[in-house]
Design a protein around this ligand. Structure first.
Ligand code: ZN
Length: 624
């Protein structure tokens, strides 16, 4: 109980969190029958706030990983520019904190007050509870607010529910109010629903405030840093120091137009410029992108950033695979009339090592690949770009996939679980999104898309298709002599722990459901087999190719025909869990769900003390 105290103190110091605290204050004396049903025993009273023990359990779901980069590939001016870009990205952290919750600024100030991380003042008020406050802060930073993103946004401090519309709308605004206001002011509809505006209350009505106003202070700071980086990267005195063939003209153009976009509140031109950036060593993606944080409507874009450096060896390998795209499309187990020879080159893929991520993408689960931009007009004009982060994949492989494999896979096959094969699967998955049916013709001759026909089932089918075609295409590339046989074999085996990793995110998520279908299909075909003695699965590598081809053919036909009913029937048939599965999932409870990246860049780039360092401060009064 003693360890609980500081959390309560902290919460009591924050009256805003107690605004709807009535409910959890009621002392509940619940009773329960004993096994025999004769006497009644009192259940213990639930604590008002999270005990430290729970916080430790919550933190254990995130494996802390140092994200290092190979700085030897960078010249001095490139390092200098990278420093500016990481600093600009950190501004995205600050903006996202504001976007998540109106109370975040006050909360951070409060935490700074009770715990001076800079140690400029003697650390006395909560001295011996140093670890607790440190952990609380760490978890708070992971979640960008006091709600646990891995527990359906349950509050871990206080008891107030997270506002559905985050801080994009007035907290007390309902969906109905917004819709009514729009119907009364139809001329403002576009502005109100815009990606880059927040909604505030004024004189009883609603008003829109553009991001360029709402976050002006922070956007100005980021813009300055981005323009400085662009200048460094295009200064003739510096360009001579870059490696042969490296030219940052297109990146600088993007950085400058993105900085302009922050003030103009118009992002299309800079999205276009991002598509035109040639692959150099430094790779930057920064701005407002995804709309998931707006759980009320999904209109408002959250700020984020990916600062990365490109891996030359992988980029070369990718270039090689691209040459085979027409061949891969031709080889699909699908009648010729449904093949799509012009597809494939529309979505380039690049592989990078992440230097620093910020904002939306860093909250909760870490992104391993992204496909941007989202603006349909830009996608039509220029396509989209897929970026995969190899070092983040490696971190998840080491901390999550290998421990899972140890629990679920036949030990005799463990030596086949290697990062290169796992990453190859991921890479082929991404490439496979770009092949197969996309635009299709219905029976009556009208043109439509797979997405439009399969509606809410589309993402389940599309993710399963990408997984399966990934394995299928690997085999084709082996036959072509581009990949070696070992990659194919290891790829089949790595699929199994990969399946368990995905399913832990929940069977309702697109990847979870897709994996469930693949798993059950493979079991039905005898390609994976459960041994009740050892309680582990064996992968029958020899049976995999036939199983993969059979499933590929089924999924592709459903897509080619835009067969909604067929998709539904397939999902219903193959997405059921089983007792063995549940048992094994139970064994994975203590394996981390995701990683907490600790970016080495912040140290080597000598950016000084971070606002909320993940590094544990030196004076610790006790060990634990
Ligand atoms: Zn995918």
């Amino acid at each position: 109980m003693k360890r609980l105290l500081p959390v309560i103190l902290l919460v009591l110091a924050l009256p805003l969190w107690l605004s709807c605290g009535g409910k959890d204050k009621q002392s509940k004396e619940t009773t329960a029958k004993t096994a025999k049903g004769e006497t009644e025993v009192a259940m213990p009273e639930m604590p008002q706030h999270i005990p430290y023990y729970d916080l430790k359990l919550k933190l254990r779901k995130y494996a802390k990983v140092d994200i290092a980069i190979d700085e030897t590939v960078l010249s001095e001016p490139e390092k200098e520019a990278l420093t500016k870009l990481v600093q600009a990205a950190r501004v995205m952290d600050d903006i996202f904190f504001r976007q998540v919750w109106s109370g975040n600024a006050a909360m951070q100030a409060k935490i700074d007050e009770v715990h001076d991380f800079s140690h400029k003042q003697p650390f006395t008020p909560i001295g011996e509870n140093h670890d607790l406050i440190y952990d609380l802060l760490r978890f708070y930073n992971i979640n960008f607010g006091p709600w646990d993103r891995l527990a359906e946004e349950a509050p871990f401090i206080g008891s107030a529910a997270k506002p559905k519309g985050a801080n994009f709308y007035p907290e007390d605004m309902t969906k109905e109010e917004f819709e009514t206001y729009i119907s009364q002011n139809p001329e403002k509809a576009e502005e109100l629903r815009g990606y880059f505006t927040v909604i505030r209350r004024q004189n009883g009505g609603l008003v829109t405030v553009p991001y360029s106003e709402e976050y002006k202070d922070l956007l100005t700071r980021a813009a300055v840093l981005m323009r400085e980086a662009a200048d460094i990267l295009t200064n003739p005195a510096n360009t001579a120091k870059f490696a042969k063939g490296v030219d940052y003209t297109t990146l600088a153009a993007y950085l400058r137009s993105r900085a302009d976009a922050f003030f103009a509140n118009a992002y299309r031109q800079s999205d276009m410029d991002w598509m035109d950036v040639e692959n150099n060593i430094i790779d930057v993606t920064i701005g407002p992108y995804e709309v998931y944080e707006d759980a009320l409507f999904g209109y408002k874009a959250s700020f984020e950033a990916f600062i990365a450096i490109r891996n030359p060896a992988d980029s070369k390998k990718l270039e090689g695979i691209k040459k085979y795209l027409p061949k891969l499309e031709q080889s699909l187990p699908l009648p010729a009339e449904h093949k799509n020879p012009t597809r494939g080159s529309e979505s380039p893929v690049s592989v990078v090592d992440l230097v620093y991520s910020a904002g939306d993408t860093k909250a909760g689960v870490q992104t391993i690949a992204f496909n941007l931009p989202n603006d349909e007009a830009v996608r039509e004009a220029k396509g989209s770009k897929k970026v995969m982060m190899k070092n983040i994949s490696q971190a998840k492989f080491d901390k999550i996939l290998v421990p899972i494999a140890t629990q679920v896979l036949d030990p005799a096959q463990m030596d086949q679980v290697v990062f290169d094969a796992y990453f190859s699967n991921t890479l082929m998955h991404e490439i496979s999104h770009g092949i197969g049916p996309g635009t299709i013709k219905k029976k009556d001759g009208t043109e439509t898309t797979v997405n439009r026909e399969l509606k809410e089932l589309y993402s389940f089918l599309e993710e399963a298709k990408a997984d399966i075609l990934g394995l299928y295409c690997t085999r084709v590339l082996v036959k072509e002599g581009f990949l070696d046989k070992a990659t194919e074999t290891k790829g089949y085996i790595c699929f199994l722990p990969g399946f368990f990793r995905s399913i832990r995110f929940g069977a309702t998520a697109a990847h979870g459901k897709a994996n469930m279908m693949e798993f059950n299909f493979f079991r039905e075909k005898g390609a994976i087999e459960f041994d009740p003695e050892t309680e582990k699965f064996h992968v029958h590598v020899d049976k995999m190719p036939a199983a993969v081809e059979a499933m590929a053919s089924k999924l592709l036909m459903i897509q080619a025909l835009g067969d909604y009913d067929g998709a539904k029937a397939f999902i219903d048939l193959y997405s059921q869990s089983s007792p063995e599965l549940e048992k094994l999932l139970g064994k994975l409870k203590d394996i981390p769900t995701d990683i907490e990246p600790v970016f080495a860049a912040e140290e080597f780039l000598d950016m000084g003390q971070r606002r909320h360092s993940h590094k544990k401060p030196a004076p610790v009064t006790h060990q634990h």
